[in-house]
Write a protein that binds this ligand. Structure first.
Ligand code: TMP
Ligand code: ASP
Length: 239
């Protein structure tokens, strides 16, 4: 099986997606570009593409090993992966264990407040609208997914939370919250996109130091160092 990268299909804020010689597979390239606040803040995080490719591959392999269906086929090199060609469901799924970010802003719970129950949120993946918070009824109004798919997505999201939380605890990282995206491949809902410091909030268990993209969003400094630290804790690798 010798898959070749072909023409660019789509360029997002953090990744490029290419077609391949196999119509069932895409080729993903992780970029160093960083954006926040609907692209209003732009920058570069040195080596982010390499770090996020390695970190996301590690998480997806872990999840696959626990029975979660994902799009990952394999990591090809430092910046690239081959994934199953899924049609992305235009809903971003956010899972929260501890209040932070937009939840704290929206409902007034101070950052760091332990949530008595896991919070699950849906956002409509639409840049022009600024990715608004939506509920299940809005998903059906917009025809973004079927009730059965929402059920599957929600169940997988909560399972991913359980797996990652436990795994990260061992690495002395608290999983505050994270965002997932799903796709449909051959009629099946699978986990797509990435899981990385771009898409999660990771806090050091002891010091509560932020080891994620909030360092970029909030100009806290040492952004690349934080991403490197996450990779080091997960795999022992220093790049
Ligand atoms: P929020 O508190 O800003 O809503 O973010 C919740 C989680 O989702 C956090 O871990 C960061 C992640 N996230 C993304 O991956 N992409 C986004 O565009 C936003 C706004 C958040
Ligand atoms: N990636 C998002 C954007 O550029 C926001 C974020 O991650 O904060 O809009």
């Amino acid at each position: 099986m010798d898959i070749q990268k072909q023409e660019l299909l789509y360029e997002g804020k953090a990744k490029k997606v290419y077609k391949t010689t196999d119509p069932d597979l895409y080729w993903v390239e992780y970029k160093d570009d960083a954006t926040a606040f609907d692209g209003k803040k732009k920058g570069t995080i040195m080596n982010k593409g390499i770090l996020n490719n390695k970190i996301s591959t590690h998480f997806f392999n872990l999840l696959e090993s626990k029975g979660i269906p994902t799009h990952l086929v394999k990591q090809v090199n430092d910046r690239e992966q081959i994934v199953k060609a899924a049609k992305i469901i235009m809903v971003e799924v956010v899972v929260r264990n501890i209040a932070a970010g937009s939840l704290s802003k929206r409902i007034g719970l101070p950052e760091g407040t332990m949530l008595p129950r896991t919070v699950l949120e849906f956002y409509y993946k639409d840049d022009a609208l600024g990715d608004p918070l939506i509920n299940e009824y809005h998903i059906y109004a917009l025809n973004l997914a079927t009730p059965e798919q929402v059920q599957t997505i929600s169940s997988i999201a909560l399972q991913v939370n359980d797996i990652l939380r436990e795994y990260l605890k061992d690495k002395k990282i608290d999983l505050i919250d994270f965002k997932l995206e799903f796709g449909i491949h051959k009629g099946e809902v699978i986990l797509a996109d990435e899981i990385s410091p771009d898409t999660c909030r990771f806090w050091d268990v002891e010091t509560k130091e932020k080891l994620d993209k909030d360092r970029f969003r909030r100009d806290l400094g040492n952004v690349e160092e934080a991403y490197r630290e996450v990779l080091r804790r997960l795999t022992g690798e220093s790049i």
